[in-house]
Design a protein around this ligand. Structure first.
Ligand SMILES: Cc1ncc(C[n+]2csc(CCOP(=O)(O)OP(=O)(O)O)c2C)c(N)n1
Ligand code: SF4
Length: 290
């Protein structure tokens, strides 16, 4: 039986005590263990940031790439090894700033990866500059007089781009987050989970208390209907005194990208035996390319 301990890495996290990333890390391990997945069946892909250290702290396959580039790398992994469960960990700067174009294309392609965005509304690793999800007026080292930019709404962008699974969660509620991750891992196609993650060092507004007073299960909405795209788009805009968390939208009606790639019909490319070639042919190829 797979347990959370199987995902325990010997590397000690350098996150600040109380960082919201701990709750996300716990939820990921719980979800994978409860799904009965072995660490070798999972690939965690990340860019650069506090959130992106998570693969280092988890005993599973891991791939850390450039800032903002986790999704294209994860797409490549999924196309070569569609049998793996591929999970991207991005920050809001990483995933919704430099990586936003990649998110839009992953959503429209419906590539079968889970994208967990650790949304702390700030750049954590680089010491608290404002990010694409920072509220207008946020004071930071890069916006001492208050950010002029209006924040992006990642849920709306994902829905508009054709995402087939869109959810929001609060990192303190690891149990609820683990259940959403389990649903996302089993989903057919691209799944975005935007996780509200308190940064206890640089974000003094969006704290555990602030979220605790606001988050509520989206299933409490009187007209709850996560199969209705228009309902999801309306609900994704609720933000302020009340913040809905849970699965806002899911449809299994759209085939995943990897299901449609002709080259994958014969099984994962990455598991096929390499055909031996003669020394002469190898030399000829070398001469042609070098
Ligand atoms: C191409 C590139 N641009 C910028 C940076 C500098 N940089 C590293 S992490 C980071 C932001 C991290 O913030 P976020 O993605 O929100 O993640 P967090 O640390 O808050 O989890 C930046 C700007 C970089 N390493 N590479
Ligand atoms: S700076 Fe913020 S995001 Fe980074 S480890 Fe500390 S609390 Fe977490």
């Amino acid at each position: 039986m797979v347990t959370v301990k199987d995902y325990q890495s010997p590397v000690t996290p350098t996150w600040c005590p109380g960082c919201g990333n701990f709750g996300i890390h716990q939820a990921v391990k719980m979800a994978l263990a409860e799904l009965g997945l072995e660490p070798h069946q999972v690939m965690l892909v990340s860019g650069i940031g506090q959130s992106s250290k998570l693969p280092d702290y988890t005993h599973a396959n891991g791939f850390m790439t450039l800032h903002g580039r986790a999704i294209p790398c994860a797409t490549g992994v999924k196309l070569v090894r569609p049998d793996l469960k591929v999970i991207v960990h991005s920050g809001d700067g990483d995933g919704y700033g430099e990586g936003m174009g990649h998110m839009v294309h992953a959503a429209r392609r419906n590539i079968g990866i889970v994208h967990i965005a650790h949304n702390n509304q700030i750049y954590g690793l680089t010491k608290g500059q404002y990010s694409p999800t920072s509220a207008q007026g946020t004071r930071s080292s890069t916006s001492p007089e208050g950010a002029i930019d209006r924040p992006v709404n990642p849920l709306l962008i994902a829905l508009a781009a054709g995402a087939t699974f869109v959810a929001r969660a609060f990192s303190k509620n690891s149990r609820e987050l683990a259940d959403i991750i389990k649903a996302a891992v089993q989903h057919r196609g691209y799944a975005l989970i935007d996780v509200l993650q308190p940064c206890v060092t640089f974000n003094r507004v969006n704290t555990y208390e602030w979220y605790g007073e606001r988050v509520y299960p989206v299933s409490q909405e009187p007209d709850y209907n996560p199969s209705d795209l228009n309902w999801a788009m309306r609900t994704a805009q609720i933000w302020g005194d009340r913040i809905p968390v849970g699965i806002l939208y899911q449809t299994e009606d759209v085939p995943a990208y990897e299901e449609q790639v002709p080259a994958l019909k014969a099984g994962p490319v990455g598991l096929r035996p390499i055909r031996p070639i003669s020394a002469d042919k190898a030399q000829a190829l070398k001469a042609a390319y070098l």
